[in-house]
Write a protein that binds this ligand. Structure first.
Ligand code: UDP
Length: 329
């Protein structure tokens, strides 16, 4: 199949491009490089620099490349920024996505894979989290993702769009060959910041709160390797053949891991202590977020390969050690 990967030069998109190739399909990348990295896309893959909201460009690409499925990874992801600059988030994550979908409908490309997020649930009523929990996002980032999910439902009914929306938990790690990995600017995520601190390339890590009602007092999250995440997306392609199909999956391993446990894994993988301080809780951080990941496993016949925190963190360490400056800019 021919797959248009929107945001294919970003962290998750670029890993997905490689898994698409490994699965025998053909990816075509569309990315405006606002956050993505040109060198994250392998040589030999068709790369188009442009906007997903540019309907002339998207329609032409869908036709010329004979696209069967569109995958969309081109979202802004910084929760704090979404609170400060909501218009930026509604504009990109919702309005530009709507424009992309409109272009798809016009070209009768009716299969869509969407990166959603566990942030659509807000503060969940129970743990582990199943897909049927009520969705009450607590920030504009989560709200824009939920708005797209709702738009997709309407398009499925009205126009026969078939889609899979994956609600990610904490995407982490790097490709096994360590040629691509996480390189956000600014970086806000725990694992890269802890690795930078251990390697002496960044400030001491601030642990945001050690007084949570969790076994060691730090927050529990569900870290899932970015390659495992990518493989689940590809496993969903076959399910999109029937018009109007609507699929929602949590993507996590189901294993809660604390901030302190991540620091331990970074110390084991680097052989160095992680300099850190205890800081106040970060606004909007629930004490625990982890998936009941059984629906994706059962329905997609998919299973995470990286089941240990050590394996996920070790892959990230390998990438950061080999690329002290991240991707060449
Ligand atoms: N965290 C931390 N210090 C940091 C960054 C993150 O203690 O510098 C904690 C954060 O409070 C959360 C966990 O690490 O409990 C994962 O945060 P991250 O930003 O990586 O992902 P999120 O869960 O917000 O998507």
């Amino acid at each position: 199949m021919n797959i248009l990967v929107v945001g294919g030069a970003g962290y998750i998109g670029s890993h997905c491009v490689r898994q698409i190739v490994a699965a025998g399909h053909k990816p075509v990348v569309l990315d405006n490089l606002s956050y993505g990295h040109r060198s994250a896309v392998p040589a030999g893959i068709t790369f188009i620099q442009g906007e997903m909201a540019d309907q002339d460009l998207v329609r032409r690409t869908l036709r010329e490349q004979k696209i069967d499925v569109v995958m969309h990874f081109a979202a802004f992801i910084n929760v704090g920024e979404s609170v400060q600059q909501p218009l930026k988030y509604y504009q990109n994550n919702f309005v530009a996505t709507l424009r992309l979908l409109e272009a798809m409908l016009a070209e009768k490309v009716l299969k869509f894979v969407f990166s959603s997020t566990c942030a659509t649930y807000g503060i969940p009523e129970r743990m582990p989290m199943t897909e049927d929990l009520p969705q009450h996002p607590i920030n504009p980032y989560g709200q824009t993702k939920l708005d797209v999910e709702n738009l997709l439902k309407s398009l499925a009914v009205a126009h026969g769009l078939s889609f899979a929306a994956f609600r990610y938990f904490n995407a982490s790690g790097a490709a096994d060959d360590a040629t691509i990995g996480e390189d956000h600017s600014p970086e806000t995520h725990l694992i890269p910041l802890a690795i930078a601190a251990a390697l002496g390339r960044g400030p001491a890590l601030q642990v945001f709160g050690d007084d949570y009602p969790t076994p060691d007092g730090t927050c529990l999250r569900d870290y899932i390797h970015v390659d495992d995440l990518s493989r689940a997306h590809i496993a969903a392609f076959d399910k999109l053949n029937k018009p109007g199909t609507q699929l929602f999956y949590n993507l996590g391993t189901g294993k809660p891991t604390s901030v302190r446990e991540i620091l331990g894994a970074v110390e084991r993988a680097t052989g160095k202590a992680v300099p850190h301080t205890i800081a106040p809780r970060r606004a909007g951080d629930p004490p625990a977020l982890y998936a009941d990941a059984t629906k994706a496993q059962k329905e997609l016949g998919w299973k995470p390969v990286h089941t240990s925190t050590d394996s996920i963190v070790a892959s990230a360490v390998k990438w950061h050690q080999g690329h002290p400056e991240g991707f060449k800019r």
